[in-house]
Design a protein around this ligand. Sequence first.
Ligand SMILES: N[C@@H](CCC(=O)N[C@@H](CS)C(=O)NCC(=O)O)C(=O)O
Length: 206
Amino acid sequence: MLRLYDSRFSGNSWKVRILLNQLRRPFERITLDLDAGETKTDSFIELNRFARIPVLQLSDKRTIVESAAILLYLAEGTEYLSEDPYLRSQIVGWMFFEQGDLQRSIALARVYQIKGMADEMSQQIERLHTDGYAGLEPLERWLHRNEWLVGDSYTVADLAVFAYVSLAHEGGYRMERFRSINRWLGGVRSQPGWLGFFERSPYQYG
Ligand SMILES: N[C@@H](CCC(=O)N[C@@H](CS)C(=O)NCC(=O)O)C(=O)O
């Protein structure tokens, strides 16, 4: 069976749980405590050289690290990933954009808020917001003209970008003005098999 190394508050792992649920793939979930340093042990670094979750372990014990790589692996041969080279390049392009231009600015601001550090980190949060909004603007422009990120249906690109954008308000981002993004977030949430952040997949063991 597939095994997912995860944590309670990880948006990157949430992406993987949603896709596993959409694909009805049974998986064992191992929830690590990041604050206790459980990703920094030698045995975990054997699984992920970058010492972080998510990690997907296959039944033959090989591992896949980086949420985008995991999503692409799982989506292969399904309706969520086109076989057309041009469309695939567009999907991967959005996934790079998410990692490079959105994920960190949203995730870090969210961590500071969740950990009650918003006051002491206010200058850092301001800088993160400047960067995050700079990523949200082109996303809004794209979604003003397009229903989905690539082609005419939901793909792993939408899922990859969705997770942190949908959590941005938890990092203090003001999302009301992003009308097209909000419409699209609703479209992703209404996909069959979509799973809420704290919702348990019926395909989850452990
Ligand atoms: N680019 C990576 C980022 C993964 C990442 O940032 N993971 C965080 C949790 S969401 C983590 O494990 N941090 C390690 C730690 O805090 O100990 C991905 O998309 O998988």
